[in-house]
Design a protein around this ligand. Structure first.
Ligand SMILES: *[C@@H]1O[C@H](CO)[C@@H](O)[C@H](O)[C@H]1NC(C)=O
Ligand SMILES: *[C@@H]1O[C@H](CO)[C@@H](O)[C@H](O)[C@H]1NC(C)=O
Ligand SMILES: *[C@@H]1O[C@H](CO)[C@@H](O)[C@H](O)[C@H]1NC(C)=O
Ligand SMILES: *[C@@H]1O[C@H](CO)[C@@H](O)[C@H](O)[C@H]1NC(C)=O
Ligand SMILES: *[C@@H]1O[C@H](CO)[C@@H](O)[C@H](O)[C@H]1NC(C)=O
Ligand SMILES: *[C@@H]1O[C@H](CO)[C@@H](O)[C@H](O)[C@H]1NC(C)=O
Ligand SMILES: *[C@@H]1O[C@H](CO)[C@@H](O)[C@H](O)[C@H]1NC(C)=O
Ligand SMILES: *[C@@H]1O[C@H](CO)[C@@H](O)[C@H](O)[C@H]1NC(C)=O
Ligand SMILES: *[C@@H]1O[C@H](CO)[C@@H](O)[C@H](O)[C@H]1NC(C)=O
Length: 711
């Protein structure tokens, strides 16, 4: 055990040796800043608890979100990173020479263009002098990215409780591409809106700005799909239809849907952090949720595919979009259109074109559509060029450079670089996180990946970084094995570092700017930036504790509520448990919030509970972790003796959780059905259920409890 734990959320000035008055040079950041010129004659800027944040009164209301609202979020983030809780609130005004230490946010930066040459509001200039740190955006979003730059500098700069010293100079920065995003498969795995919001906030620290939310899908199994039992396969549509809506029956499990209010709040949180949600409703493939509701619309033998020739199919899909379109603020949506039968190419193409014009007309021409690249050879028809095509697959998909030569705008989601699958994949097809070798040197000739790189081997499939039809890139994480493969936090662990490397490559590219990060530079700063990322706590880090002890309790005779909701791995949770042999109940009285109680079936007791997980001592005397998002239980392959105290030591990392009992190791695992080809065991990582110790319904003794953080 190390004396201090780096993963903890603690202000930057505690993490680093205090060096005031020595100005640190401008640090490399993630993503790299396009240019910075130090000003040697100027004294550094001292960021202190008395620094004021001022938003230019000329521009404070400009943009959506406005410059002022971005500034308010920035102020809270700055407090979180510096620990300067007394920092004054944001003011609207002008930059006055008499103020000693001001962060000034304004607009008016010119000459910011993507590599395509198209002007962008995502650029910013910044000027650091002894008195002020001025961020000037080309739009409010550019100024927001400028605040991320400042925060990262602070997180990486030595400071003291009195001040953090930032080198004087002038910088200018612009992203290379217009689309820099991530896709999450929320169709085959249920997620709470709060988790999705946290992902936006985390991604935004690295200047990613598109959250492609795959919101409908189903599990696929070669044995079950063609047979009579296809309804057993998990399928879901996540937007909760409003009462009385014609599509109510599309979402039978309301507990696994987002209400309109929840979705609007999620969109707001993401947009307050510069991130746009682009929702996807995937049809006419991947449509088991629709077939379950209207089986007559499916193609016989392929219930996950809708029959586009059926007269009710298109009206049904339109009715679904009619329900959801008014919820969506993005000016684009994805209609999926993934993996359909090439023999039905004409049906497919007509469908895509019909949906492009329908969605456009239903939104007064304010929304366009994206589709996944799908090779649908037709001699008669072609997809309208105002539909963006998201390439993901060679050779099943159309070739991106050929699409661009026909005038299509393309987003790069090539699976050979950019696909992940929750927990594991068939036969190692996809990695656990984006592969460093591929991202830093996987392009033909050994260069790094960038959105213009589609192929590792054949340079003729790649294009110029500045090709105006190349919009950018979206990395993707799928959930092919459904709810029981992963907890939401395990998905975050796969994405955390992947987002950062992907952010560098989609902001700066590879081999374009002299300031791009080297792999070593990235590796040397990533952990610090991950730990500092404000506005969320997906690491479930806790503030530094003496000797890494989060809590210790000798004899737990009634539930103890701690001040920790959940503690992320690595941790060690040790306790002695003695389940009682008294006859088990079949029912238990469950207290309700209003003071009354109800009788419920008894399924053992909870001995530890937290926001992410619970640990049950089940009726059959095993220890089972519950994932509080899916409510699935994962039992340990060990049966406890009743009336005998057993010492248990639980160890967890981001990759696994195991218990040491009597010198033997037992793992919490899950069984995954790999498309009906074979079953595969996989480890589960659980956050420590640290909110309540000694919980509800457990009969027996619990004592000598200790939770330690750190490896
Ligand atoms: C913008 O770029 C043009 C062309 O490179 C240059 O002539 C002009 O001075 C630049 N303007 C500013 C404000 O930097
Ligand atoms: C699709 O629907 C049409 C019209 O109802 C029907 O004639 C056709 O047989 C269906 N095709 C399949 C493959 O189910
Ligand atoms: C895309 O093109 C089609 C056909 O030209 C047209 O019907 C549709 O309105 C266009 N959509 C947009 C958003 O321009
Ligand atoms: C489209 O524009 C019309 C006329 O301005 C307006 O009545 C209608 O509400 C708008 N519809 C949407 C979806 O914005
Ligand atoms: C690249 O493009 C060619 C055709 O131009 C194609 O045959 C080849 O399969 C493509 N795929 C990859 C991965 O390079
Ligand atoms: C723990 O508390 C229970 C109930 O008060 C008591 O019966 C038991 O002896 C205590 N055990 C220890 C080790 O203190
Ligand atoms: C939602 O309810 C269904 C039916 O009661 C249940 O099977 C499922 O586990 C619940 N899902 C969640 C996330 O609680
Ligand atoms: C997980 O779900 C699959 C179906 O996708 C099922 O076959 C398997 O038994 C489940 N595993 C566990 C541990 O419940
Ligand atoms: C679980 O993780 C351990 C340690 O990495 C590994 O040895 C074991 O094979 C894993 N189990 C499974 C089922 O993957």
């Amino acid at each position: 055990m190390k004396p201090t734990t780096v993963c903890m959320r603690i202000p930057a000035f505690v993490l680093f040796v205090a060096v005031l008055s020595v100005s640190a040079a401008f640090q490399p950041l993630i993503p790299s800043v396009a240019s910075f010129t130090a000003s040697d004659e100027q004294q550094p800027f001292i960021l202190s608890p008395s620094t004021q944040i001022i938003v230019d009164s000329t521009f404070h209301a400009s943009g959506s979100p406005s410059l002022e609202s971005f500034a308010q979020t920035f102020r809270d983030d700055l407090v979180s990173i510096t620990g300067f809780t007394t920092l004054s609130s944001v003011q609207v005004g002008s930059l006055s020479a008499s103020l000693p230490s001001v962060i000034f946010l304004t607009l008016g930066a010119t000459n910011h263009t993507y590599l395509s040459g198209v002007p962008t509001e995502e650029g910013y200039d910044f000027e650091i002098s002894s008195q002020s740190y001025v961020i000037k955006g080309s739009g409010s979003l550019g100024a927001w990215w400028g605040t991320r730059t400042l925060l990262q500098q602070v997180a990486l700069t030595a400071g003291s409780p009195n001040g953090i010293s930032l080198a004087a100079g002038f910088g200018s920065d612009t992203p290379g591409w217009e689309v820099r995003g991530f896709m999450l498969d929320a169709g085959r795995h249920w997620y709470q809106p709060s988790f999705l919001a946290d992902l936006c906030i985390y991604a935004s620290f690295f200047k990613l700005q598109t959250f492609h939310l795959h919101a409908s899908d189903n599990l696929w199994n070669q044995n079950i799909i063609p047979g009579p039992d296809w309804r057993r396969l998990y399928s879901a549509f996540r937007f909760r239809p409003s009462p009385g809506s014609p599509i109510t029956e599309l979402a039978p499990l309301l507990n696994e849907t987002w209400s309109k209010d929840e979705f609007l709040a999620l969109q707001n949180t993401c947009s307050a952090h510069g991130v746009t949600i682009v929702p996807e409703i995937d049809t006419p493939g991947h449509s088991l949720a629709i077939s379950r509701w209207k089986p007559e619309l499916s193609i016989s033998g392929s219930p996950d595919h809708l029959n586009l020739s059926h007269p009710d199919t298109l009206p049904t899909i339109k009715a679904i979009w009619d329900e959801v379109l008014p919820w969506i603020t993005a000016n684009e949506v994805s209609i999926g259109a993934d993996e359909y039968d090439p023999a039905l190419a004409d049906d497919y193409i007509s469908f895509v074109n019909e949906m492009a014009s329908y969605i456009s007309s239903q939104t007064n021409n304010t929304k366009t559509i994206r589709v996944w690249g799908t090779n649908e050879p037709s001699t008669r028809l072609s997809i309208d060029t105002n539909v963006t095509i998201q390439h993901w697959d060679f050779p099943g998909d159309s070739i991106p450079v050929q699409l661009m030569s026909k005038g299509y705008r393309v987003i790069n989601s090539e699976q050979g670089f950019l696909y992940l699958d929750g927990k594991t994949s068939d036969d190692g097809q996809f990695p656990w996180e984006l592969v460093g070798d591929l991202m830093w040197s996987g392009a033909p000739g050994g260069g790094g990946w960038a959105p213009n790189v589609f192929s590792r081997t054949d340079g003729s499939n790649n294009t110029e970084p500045g090709n105006p039809l190349l919009r950018g890139a979206i990395m993707a994480i799928w959930n092919d094995w459904g709810n029981n493969a992963t907890t939401p936090l395990e998905i975050y662990y796969q994405l955390a570092r992947s987002f950062a490397v992907f952010a560098e490559k989609t902001w700066a590219g590879s081999g374009i700017r002299s300031t791009e990060l080297s792999r070593d530079q990235f590796d040397s700063i990533y952990d610090t930036l991950n730990a500092a990322a404000p506005g969320q706590n997906l690491n479930r880090a806790v503030s530094a504790q003496p000797n890494n002890v989060v809590f210790q309790y000798v004899n737990v005779t009634q539930p103890i509520t701690t001040s920790f909701e959940s503690v992320g791995p690595p941790y060690t949770l040790t306790f002695t448990v003695k389940p009682s042999a008294s006859p088990k109940k079949s029912q238990i009285s469950v207290p309700l919030f209003d003071g009354s109680s109800i009788l419920a079936p008894y399924d053992g007791g909870v001995i530890f509970a937290g926001v992410d997980s619970k640990l049950h001592m089940t009726q059959s005397q095993t220890l089972a972790f519950e994932d509080t998002t899916t409510h699935l239980l994962y039992p340990l392959p060990y049966t406890f003796l009743t009336d005998v105290p057993t010492r248990v030591e639980i160890h967890a990392t981001q990759r696994y959780t195991y218990a040491l009992i009597g010198g033997k190791t037992y793992w919490w695992t899950t069984e995954l059905d790999i498309w009906g080809y074979y079953m595969k065991s996989a480890n589960m990582s659980f956050a420590a259920p640290a909110g309540v110790v000694g919980g509800f319904g457990f009969e027996g003794e619990l004592r000598d409890v200790e939770l330690l953080v750190g490896a």
